[in-house]
Write a protein that binds this ligand. Sequence first.
Ligand SMILES: NC(=O)c1ccc[n+]([C@@H]2O[C@H](COP(=O)([O-])OP(=O)(O)OC[C@H]3O[C@@H](n4cnc5c(N)ncnc54)[C@H](OP(=O)(O)O)[C@@H]3O)[C@@H](O)[C@H]2O)c1
Length: 343
Amino acid sequence: MSDTKAQQIILAARPKGAPQLTDFRLEETSIPSPDSGEILLQVLYLSLDPYMRGRMNDRASYAQPTALGAVMPGESVAKVIASNHSAYSEGDIVLAHTGWRTHAISDRGDLRKLDPAFAPVTTGLGVLGMPGFTAYSGLRVIGEPKPGETVVVAAASGPVGSLVGQLAKLSGARAVGIAGGQEKCSFVKNELGFDGAIDHKASDFPAQLATACPAGIDVYFENVGGAVWQAVLPLLNDFARIPVCGLVAQYNAAGPGEGSNLLPETMWAILRKSLTMRGFINFEFAEEYYVDFLREVGAGIANGRIRYREDFVDGLEKAPEAFIGMLEGRNFGKLIVRVSEGS
Ligand SMILES: NC(=O)c1ccc[n+]([C@@H]2O[C@H](COP(=O)([O-])OP(=O)(O)OC[C@H]3O[C@@H](n4cnc5c(N)ncnc54)[C@H](OP(=O)(O)O)[C@@H]3O)[C@@H](O)[C@H]2O)c1
């Protein structure tokens, strides 16, 4: 890419099942110029997140689908390289909704400035950003773990799951993580300090999960759905709480009803065990809890009690392949594309 050219990745086709490389297209454009009140951003790091799979469908959801031919949506850490906005100066590092591109114009006064002295700026995409806040708010508002209780979470080495388990431990609960493969499980137990970690790919996964939760499950933070939910359901205790955060095992399904139908069994369990099951999208809690989140989790990172892992991929052109891999569990930690040098 030359100094005067920008790149962007657009949605070229709607996936049928798992996304393919041909569903994306890399385009070269000119670097735009900021008008009055606008700033020009150079993307340093792009976040890849499971929710983007939903935006590729033409289905009603909490957010509008991405139009065919539009830039893939996404949040990034970006540098201000030209500013006609009084609140921003060249060199500022901000969190911005730029989409999958190297450069973007913004006229928003509500970008979040990042202070590299507070924490590495990439944490704004993971543990100190949207995924971290999702873990914090879903656990605090819906999960409400108490000392001695058992909290279970899957995708446990990722940005949401890894913080859920660590916050559960800090509240005095036991944390059991579910992850794909021995390497991730050993990280979850030995590096993040969970009490147990179970490989969902093991042939006896349900039995192993039952052994790891001898007193049953009081909080199940739902990140994946599918076979993991099937294994969790019989282990739930009376009055268990289930924040329904994500269903990544089901995102590539052709329709919401695809897969084995656990609805009757789930409804019986909700009734018999007085379960509380609540879906949520992180931003609904932002006004009330975001400041607490930044303070508490920021302090936990600064003093080393909260740990996180990032998984970097180099070059915007690698984003589609990395994104497809994330939906299959090939990432190990918060997946971030290093788009350009400059921080
Ligand atoms: N509600 C909200 O506001 C909100 C906000 C952010 C994220 N989320 C949701 O939170 C969940 C975790 O997000 P994240 O950003 O932390 O993702 P992540 O852990 O970085 O990546 C997704 C992980 O899901 C696991 N996975 C994929 N297919 C699976 C399957 N069939 N069974 C079990 N695990 C599977 C894989 O880990 P393993 O290799 O360990 O299986 C994969 O690495 C996602 O469902 C996401 O959509 C919700």
